[in-house]
Write a protein that binds this ligand. Structure first.
Ligand code: 6R9
Length: 799
């Protein structure tokens, strides 16, 4: 049975043919839903194959996939989803009836049932509820033929054209990591080659301090490798950055030569004001070209940048400033995002005042004038501390010597949320990160020098570090940097940009896919998108219907999707499709990248083989791994290496199907993933309880159609304070002000009390069930100090 490749079969453009054994076509439905599209039943086919034809009618708003059940209820026996995606070439009729695989009951193993009570796991870790994971209410594919193949043409030109080639390379990377990574590292410029051993590690807390080192003794510079090295090899006049402003028509670009000059000017300025190797620099900028410029300038002089996403509030920024104590903060006066103006400098002013009050004063605030958003004269200013970028930086020479640093010298700090209210300063070093981001970029996106690459992530997150800035530039790629919002001026903006710059690799997040999907197909089909050849997804599991919409509509069933699983901590992709090698399963991140050994363990830390579900850990180090949490190595060890000694614990649940495909099932700790952004429940709770009328708060994640997860807060008010709409708004505002708008709770649920054990621990499991209205699955509530609390909460659920 040959399956035709997806290229030959585009369900959205042609009328797909559905084969069925049932001859009673008069009972057939007149319409079916497929991949969020409504299809019209056109006519029964009279040929021997007994086909039904469907044609697209209109789009549907909901992202749920319903066609299987609809169809079954109409008396047909086959699964449309599979038939339509995997059009069988020879005898589909026979196959559709007789060989439908029985869906194996994938049950949770018993020993995962009581995980919540285990003290060794991070607080909040719960049992992984279903092996055959559900993403946004959609069951994932795991049946044998739910595979999407790359076309033959695509595979032939790919760096890794076949499963066999992948296996050969993977085997090499595991059997001889030192040799495998040394060969790749040799392609970069090293002022001095690394020593022996190539790497040294201890990931086993029982054997002492956790340590990861790669290429130690090697002297290099990542900025040099991103810019000077590429210029020397003839890419000086190649476009490094295309910049697309918030307003269509507002744009710019820099060649590699020009980018180097800009970086050198800023590097010289930073040196001049006393920034030295090892000093921290906080960058609080929107997606202007100055953001990657600032990162590269720090790297050039060995300073450690800490980019703070410019959606964080003044308090969050102050917290980060006080933790890493930068010599300088780099920002801009304001930015336009969509139709809004955000006054960034005001936020920085408040953060710097807060930090100064708490004992740490920043000497210099370098401010870029973003005149499309706000004029200089209208910007609030503190003489002596604040300096306009355009006034000083442009006066410096356009060349700047490189500070050669050890491979293990720090490159950057990036704060990320954890299980407590205090964010963790994830620290990455230079050499391993450089080699790893460059290599993962090249293979996972099958990068070729002619590609135009656009990643919609902001440099304030790890994706913007590894796959807007370093990974692509290390490959001499042309990168699109977009300042604006994907729905401004309308929901077609992304595809407008794709056509404008002839983007060939488009990397984004499922939340964006889902939000655009709701707006209708016309915003997509209005544009050609013919330059696209690869799509990418990151940040959270991509639910199968969003995957299919992305694949079928945006990519015209032509572009493989690299669903890349990784984390701030991992530096680069860990589990990812190599687009020319493997058939894909919608919703699965597929297989490990070279050098990565993912293992799934049970609650006792025992590796589970084969088809299974459990906690996702990694055995052995990889070059891009983070080396510590800034200033808190102990927290690094307890958070990531203590729950399952011998492994790095990711905090994610994962299933592996019988074909070895990995299915990420979401966080198992107290971290919520909202639109791909990690937010600690403790952070939101501490913001809520800072409100004078809030006595206690408990926050859980709840399924959200667009954001993946939404924030659901149970709030107990101070005695005597009545519930009111104004108070609800004021609580939400408190969170916006303390963390940022992206962390605002979607729902405030009034709670006269919270379900607690006798020892005072909040039973989040029960709160999660109430939040998702799974009231018949509350489980045993008898161990609660006061079981009647549960009834009170249910009674107040929709008030
Ligand atoms: C890169 C990034 C990490 C968490 C991670 C996981 C989730 C990221 C995913 C994914 C399923 C994917 N996650 N990519 N889950 N499939 N392709 O997002 O880093 O912000 O640190 O978040 O995001 O839960 O643990 P970060």
């Amino acid at each position: 049975m040959a399956l035709c490749c997806s290229n030959d079969y585009n369900i959205l453009r042609r009328s797909p043919t559905l084969y069925t054994q049932d001859s009673a076509q008069e009972t057939a439905p007149t319409q079916i839903f497929l991949n969020s599209k409504l299809f019209n039943w056109v006519k029964p086919c009279t040929n021997k194959k007994k086909s039904l034809h469907f044609s697209p009618l209109t789009h549907r708003k909901s992202s749920r996939f319903q066609c299987s059940s609809y169809y079954r209820s109409s008396g047909y026996t086959i699964t449309l989803r599979k038939r339509l995606l995997f059009f069988a070439m020879d005898d589909p009729f026979e196959r559709s009836i007789s060989s439908r695989p029985s869906k194996k009951a994938l049950t949770t193993s018993n020993h995962l049932q009581h995980v919540e009570s285990l003290a060794t796991l991070p607080s909040g870790a719960g049992r992984i509820s279903k092996l055959n994971a559900v993403i946004l209410g959609e069951s994932l594919a795991s049946e044998e033929d739910d595979l999407v193949f790359p076309s033959g043409d695509f595979s032939r030109q790919a760096h890794v054209p076949s499963p066999q080639k992948y296996l050969d390379m993977y085997k090499m990377s595991i059997e001889d990591p030192a040799g495998f990574w040394s060969d790749i590292a040799s392609q970069f410029y090293w002022k001095q080659r690394w020593g022996q051993p190539v790497y040294s590690e201890n990931l086993d807390i029982r054997k002492g301090r956790i340590k990861i080192e790669w290429f130690k003794g090697g002297m290099t510079n990542i900025c040099y490798n991103c810019l000077d090295r590429n210029i020397e090899s003839g890419n000086g006049e190649k476009t490094a950055l295309f910049w697309e402003g918030n307003e269509p028509g507002d744009d710019g670009n820099l060649t590699y030569n020009q980018l180097l000059q800009r970086v050198c000017q800023l590097a010289n300025y930073l040196k001049d004001i006393g920034v030295k190797k090892g000093d921290a620099v906080v960058i609080y900028l929107p997606m202007l070209m100055e953001l990657p410029i600032a990162m590269l300038a720090c790297a050039r002089i060995g300073a450690v940048h800490s980019v703070v996403f410019a959606g964080f509030s003044a308090e969050s920024l102050a917290q980060r400033i006080m933790d890493c104590k930068p010599k300088v903060v780099i920002t801009c006066n304001a930015v336009r995002r969509g139709s809004k103006i955000i006054y960034l400098k005001d936020i920085v002013d408040a953060a710097l005042a807060d930090s100064a009050q708490n004992g740490f004063a920043v000497d210099v605030c370098l401010t870029y004038e973003n005149c499309s958003a706000l004029e200089k004269v209208k910007t609030k200013w503190q003489e002596g501390r604040d300096t306009w970028w355009q006034d000083v930086v442009t006066k410096y020479p356009t060349t700047c010597d490189v500070e050669w640093v050890d491979a293990e010298d720090p490159l950057f700090l990036l704060y990320t949320s954890g299980s407590t209210g205090k964010p963790k300063g994830v620290l990455h070093t230079t050499g391993g990160y450089m080699v790893y981001t460059a290599t993962t970029f090249k293979y996972a996106f099958d990068y070729k020098p002619s590609d135009i690459y656009w990643c919609t992530a902001d440099c304030g997150w790890i994706t913007g570090h590894s796959y807007v800035t370093y990974g692509p530039l290390l490959n001499a790629a042309t990168v699109v940097v977009f300042e604006g919002a994907p729905n401004y001026p309308d929901s077609g903006r992304c595809w407008d940009i794709v056509d404008k710059y002839k983007v060939s690799i488009f990397y984004t997040a499922p939340t964006l896919v889902r939000s655009l999907m709701r707006e209708g197909d016309e915003y997509v089909t209005r544009y050609s998108r013919k330059s696209l050849r690869i799509l990418g997804s990151v940040g959270e599991p991509i639910n199968p219907s969003a995957w299919r919409w992305f694949y079928n509509l945006v990519g015209d069933s032509r572009c493989p999707i690299s669903d890349t699983w990784w984390q701030t901590e991992t530096g680069g992709f860990m589990i990812t499709p190599l687009p020319g090698a493997w058939p894909q399963k919608p919703g699965s991140a597929t297989f490990p990248f070279f050098g990565v050994q993912p293992v799934i363990v049970d609650e006792k830390g025992v590796e589970i083989e084969g088809e299974c579900s459990g906690y996702l850990c990694v055995k052995s180090s990889w070059p891009g791994a983070f080396r510590t949490l800034y200033g808190d190595h102990e927290r690094y060890e307890t958070t990531y290496f203590s729950a399952f000694p011998g492994y790095y614990f990711s905090g994610d649940g994962c299933s592996r199907d019988k074909d070895g495909y990995h299915w990420l099932t979401g966080r198992v700790d107290d971290v919520i993933n909202v639109s791909g952004h990690r937010i600690g429940t403790a952070e939101v709770e501490s913001a809520l309880v800072s409100h004078p009328q809030c006595a206690e708060a408990a926050v859980v994640g709840v399924e959200h159609e667009v954001k993946g997860q939404g924030i659901y807060a149970f709030v107990t008010l101070v005695e005597g304070v009545p519930y009111s709409e104004d108070l609800r708004k004021s609580l939400v505002l408190t969170v916006r002000n303390q963390i940022g708008a992206f962390a605002a709770p979607d729902k405030i649920h009034w709670a006269p009390g919270l379900p607690k054990t006798r020892s005072g621990k909040i039973m989040r499991r029960i709160l999660r069930k109430i939040a998702s209205r799974q009231l018949d699955e509350l489980g045993d509530t008898s161990t609660l100090a006061d079981p009647s609390v549960v009834d009170q909460l249910i009674a107040l659920a929709d008030s």
